[in-house]
Ligand binder design. Sequence first.
Ligand code: BTN
Length: 234
Amino acid sequence: MGDMSRLFKEIIKLDKVFSTNDTASETALIKNDNFVIIADEQVNGRGQRGKEWNSPIGGLWFSIFYILKEKVIPFKFNVLINNSIIDAIHLLYGENALSLRPKWPNDIYINDKKLCGILIEGIPNEYYIIGVGINTNNKTIYGHAISLRAIIKKDIDNDLLLEKILDIFTKSLERNFNEEFMRWKNTNILLNKKVEIKSGGKLYEGIVSDIEENGMLLLDNEERIVTGEVIHFE
Ligand code: BTN
């Protein structure tokens, strides 16, 4: 707990909010420090590209408010939080039976189903709000999503999982980013896969040949995509 309590002195637990990202940005107005907001339930959970994020009781919904010391691209935090979530789940629930992998640009998958999504908002140079949604004990309603409980076949302790994630995330901020990035990239589910990606109103198709350290996805036809919605991969 040592490192974690230094970086996130306050973990604010709430029952029901519209969105922990919104509560974090409101709370930031009266704080001068990093903090974490966790809620049992969100009634207006937000996903990427303005989509709704279903957030019933049982899941792990939280936002990290992190004050930046220097200019950093949000993608860096995406890599670090993805790795921290994967490491924390492996640590608590074992590594062998779980095939957890990041999926560009900001998801975590188990096999072919989505376990976790990330929504980073904020002001570069000032702060980021790193919103994390993990399907732990909640029922998942979409066919492409899965809960951790459905895989592990036991109840997940959300408080313990959050504590481990924050602990590992805090330590990862001190580690060599390139190593963290290479681990994220080399296990990325889209690498060498045939994909269809919608980005900026355009549909891209090709085989993913690489992902750059700034988050750019490269296709075998030389196209580069900064971010987008993965419509299909195989
Ligand atoms: C996505 O995959 O589209 C991103 C989902 C992010 C969901 C989390 S849950 C906690 C935080 N609050 C929100 O409203 N969204 C993020």
